[in-house]
Design a binder for this molecule. Structure first.
Ligand code: TXA
Ligand code: MG
Length: 331
């Protein structure tokens, strides 16, 4: 299969890309689309025969459910069952945007999409290109990140092509993703909220809307995005403990690359080095994290050393991804 990449720089290009995407989606095939977080691999969420192709293209296990992206808030009631005032307030504040809500589902959603769970994960993307496609399609789109299962999420069309070339028909290029890490996933429980996956909307952002808990470490993961081996580069990655001096790290026997937070390491210490944000800006760090990890992963290194980032706000989500990238992997 040849993978086509369509730009969206002019309005004529956008119109053409949207029409082509809708045509392929209507045929029950998946299409890679930009969102504000990461690129998604989208297919008709209400057709199991379409959604199954997402699992095939990504080689994603069927126990890992998909996020359903709504064309508009009106679809919430058709997909989920909720009358929670907390949900209404969260949607009012954060949609469209990088917040995914896990809610009791209706039967219209195929079991395949929810992996047989009684809940469904829903969000509305704020990306104008994604919004154009899902509005023109007129139905919800199931879309996990557009990467082979377990690998680093894509934040450019090129990343999608690197992972899925020949396995999908179309990548719509909407430029680099502004946010750069996957949405925050929240289960709303009564008056409270449980964060299943840390993301761009932080616990502090959620706190005004009710009591916030993090999914307990070691609990059975409800969001398999919490599996330790997610977001993995092929190169082993070591995350330094806070306080271990990054710039002093050395191991002469190996080709080592470094992922620094805000300051360069000592000259010559590493074969190559990426700095997440020279101005110590966590937003910039999140937006560039996956692209920089990929560059290091492609540099033929024996080891990547990553420096921790400050663990507040967006830094919690960044550290979550770095810890998962550093976890020992079976594959
Ligand atoms: O930002 C994002 O959320 C991106 C863009 C494309 O929207 N999508 C994304 O999808 O990160 P994915 O499949 O890579 O991660 C979705 C996570 C998975 O870990 C999945 O287990 C969890 O959402 N999830 C889906 N449905 C769930 C449910 N009913 N209960 C708990 N977790 C669920
Ligand atoms: Mg993913």
């Amino acid at each position: 299969m040849k993978t086509e990449i369509l730009p969206t720089n002019s309005s004529a290009e956008l119109t053409h890309a949207v029409a082509r995407a809708v045509e392929i989606l209507t045929a029950g095939e998946p299409v890679a689309l930009p969102t504000e977080t990461v690129y998604g691999l989208a297919a008709d969420a209400l057709r199991a025969d379409a959604a199954v192709k997402i699992f095939e293209a990504k080689q994603r296990p069927f126990f890992d459910p998909l996020i359903v992206h709504l064309p508009d808030v009106g679809w919430l009631d058709r997909i989920t069952r909720t009358d929670s005032p907390t949900v209404a307030k969260l949607i009012e504040k954060f949609w469209p945007g990088p917040l995914t809500l896990v809610l009791p589902r209706r039967d219209i959603v195929p079991d395949l999409v929810t992996s047989g769970l009684g809940t469904v994960a829903v969000r509305m993307s704020a990306h104008p290109v994604f919004q154009s496609v899902v509005s023109a399609f007129g139905k919800p789109l199931a879309a996990p990140s557009a990467n082979p299962f377990g690998r680093i999420s894509p934040t450019t069309a090129q990343h999608v092509q690197d992972g899925l070339d020949g396995r999908i028909q179309l990548i719509v290029d909407g430029g680099p993703c502004a946010v750069g890490i996957e949405s925050t996933i929240v289960a709303v429980e009564g008056e409270g909220m449980r964060i299943l996956r840390a993301g761009p909307i932080s616990a502090e952002d959620l706190a005004p809307f009710g009591e916030v808990h993090f999914q307990k470490a070691g609990a059975t993961p409800e969001a398999p995005g919490q599996l330790k081996s997610h977001y993995a580069p092929r190169t082993p990655l070591r995350l330094l403990a806070p306080g271990i001096h990054f710039r002093a790290y050395s191991d002469g026997a190996k080709r080592i690359g470094s992922l620094a937070f805000d300051a360069p390491s000592k000259p010559g210490a590493f074969v190559c080095e990426e700095i997440l944000s020279s101005t110590s800006d966590l937003r910039e760090a999140a937006a560039t994290l996956f692209a920089k990890l990929r560059r290091l992963d492609d540099a033929g290194l024996d080891l990547i050393i990553a420096e921790p980032v400050p663990e507040h706000g967006l830094g919690i989500a960044i550290m979550d991804r770095l810890r998962k990238a550093a976890a020992d992997r079976a594959d």
